[in-house]
Design a protein around this ligand. Structure first.
Ligand code: 5GP
Ligand code: SF4
Ligand code: MG
Length: 453
């Protein structure tokens, strides 16, 4: 998912709309905005793409100087309009707009506890429990939020909008990206910095692991909800999820991907005539592979403009259909060539298998697959969708077997250390659990699936 918020700007909801558009790659199932005019919070949301959900009149209704928005990519909790965020809660003491990027691993447990205590939930989303926890705590809002966050484990970038204040919070592992920018006299918060460029905001800083920031007319006020902080940014943000023009913790995503292509060319060289990247997310790495291997880069696969991200289609049948609609091969480029096919990741194997067929059909002599993510062998419980063990092709086959299953002449994945070196962040570590099972949190109810091997 992606979150975006504006504090203290006359065009808050329009800017949020634009910010959500720039974050559209992070979730395409639904989106919404909650705005505040200082007294009343209003919500508008729907299923589908940002550009289709919002009409101009919907944005005009969302008046006020503050707004938060969300693009949804359903992992746990399922789809449907009732799970589209932001959520808006009303109580006698005020209103609360809430949005969340990430996944709480102990949600079922806490929800059970809250239901026993009398809570009744509107949604099946894990995110809703935090509002109930905040409601149960007393005292000053900053403390209520901090105490509530101590109950939840997993990944989260939260935004809480009150009438005239905005709180943002990041989990104590810093698993998801979240940054702050300035715009005029106001502030903008976003999952990715590419959305700052979309609204003309100036990057200020990243939110730190375990940090809760209070944004008000008096400026920013920072605090930490936990002493037990690690720093483990999701590696897949660099590999696949984020947009190439975003900076994640000071590292440009395009550069990280290009470097990963270079490292892979050193780790897994092959004799070939051309390098081809899989649009869009494999392109940056292909540039690096070609540069380091000195094999020419060609545009051998063309994207059909009208298609959307395949992975995000929720069922396998829809996904397979989507791949063939999405890409076509340029026959004159590929015919009789030994091709290095570079992509960012293999999850279920759907994409790569079809692309190899496509290339062979276009006359490729050999297809050598090079992947700039290590083998994804374990499910992610932190909000990136490969949630069941059985779906992961690398959990079933070693590369030497997978090569035949997908019909490639050779296949190689970047090493975990190679990828860490390629991204090259100076401070902090990474979550690499989907490659090596080193989950940075306790897994609670999800542990059964993780241990299944
Ligand atoms: P597969 O077809 O093997 O299931 O998925 C791999 C393809 O989906 C790659 O081309 C990659 O760009 C994309 N992909 C990989 N990981 C993710 C992910 O976590 N989320 C989304 N939305 N797409 C992914
Ligand atoms: Fe990211 Fe993988 Fe960790 Fe999930 S398990 S947070 S996808 S690195
Ligand atoms: Mg891709």
């Amino acid at each position: 998912c992606g979150v975006f918020g504006v504090f203290n700007h006359f065009n808050a909801s329009l800017l949020t709309y634009r910010g959500l558009n720039a974050l559209q790659h992070r979730g395409q199932e639904g989106c919404g905005i909650v705005s505040s005019d200082g007294k009343t919070l209003k919500a508008f949301k729907g299923e589908g793409l940002v550009k289709n959900v919002f009409k101009k009149k919907d944005i005009d209704v969302l008046d006020g100087l503050h707004a938060i928005g969300h693009v949804r990519y359903s992992t746990f909790g399922g789809g449907g309009i009732h799970n589209v965020q932001p959520f808006l809660f009303h109580s006698q003491n005020g209103q609360l707009g809430l949005c969340h990027n990430g996944n709480l691993v102990n949600a079922t447990k806490i929800r059970g506890y809250l239901e026993q205590q009398g809570s009744i939930f509107q949604t099946t989303a894990d995110s809703e429990i935090i509002a109930h926890l905040i409601k149960r705590h007393r005292g000053e809002m900053m403390n209520r939020i901090k105490e509530s966050l101590l109950y939840v484990e997993g990944s989260f970038a939260f935004m809480f909008l009150l009438e005239d204040e905005l709180y943002v919070a990041l989990d104590k592992q810093g698993l998801r990206p979240l940054s702050i920018a300035t715009l005029g006299d106001g502030y903008v918060v976003s999952s990715e910095t590419c959305a700052f460029d979309a609204v003309g905001a100036t990057f200020l800083r990243d939110v730190l692991p375990g940090e809760v920031i209070h944004i008000s007319k008096d400026g920013l006020n920072s605090s930490f909800y936990s002493e037990d902080r690690k720093h483990q940014m999701c590696m897949m943000e660099y590999v696949y999820f984020a947009r190439p023009d975003s900076q994640i913790e000071g590292i440009n995503v395009y550069q990280a991907r290009k470097n990963s292509g270079k490292v892979l060319a050193k780790e897994a060289p092959v004799e070939a005539d051309i390098v081809i990247g899989v649009p869009d997310s494999g392109m940056s790495a292909a540039v690096g592979y070609a540069e380091a291997s000195k094999i020419p880069l060609e545009l051998g696969l063309i994207k059909n403009k009208a298609s959307d991200r395949t992975f995000i289609e929720p069922t396998q049948a829809l996904r397979e259909n989507a791949v063939s609609l999405k890409l076509s091969a340029v026959r004159s480029v590929i015919k009789d060539k030994r091709v290095v096919l570079v992509d960012d990741s293999i999850v279920r194997g759907t994409t790569i298998k079809q692309l190899i067929q496509l290339l062979k059909h276009a006359g490729a002599k050999e297809v050598h697959v090079r992947i700039t993510s290590p083998e994804i062998k374990y499910p992610c419980f932190y909000g990136v969708d490969f949630s069941t063990y059985d779906e992961l092709i690398s959990a079933k086959y070693k590369p030497s077997e997978m090569k035949d299953v997908i019909g490639a002449h050779s296949i190689a994945f970047i090493s975990i250390q190679g990828l860490i070196d390629a991204v090259g962040r100076k401070e902090g570590a990474y979550c690499t659990a989907c490659y090596n099972k080193k989950y940075p949190t306790y897994l609670y109810e999800t542990i059964i699936d993780a241990n299944k091997q």
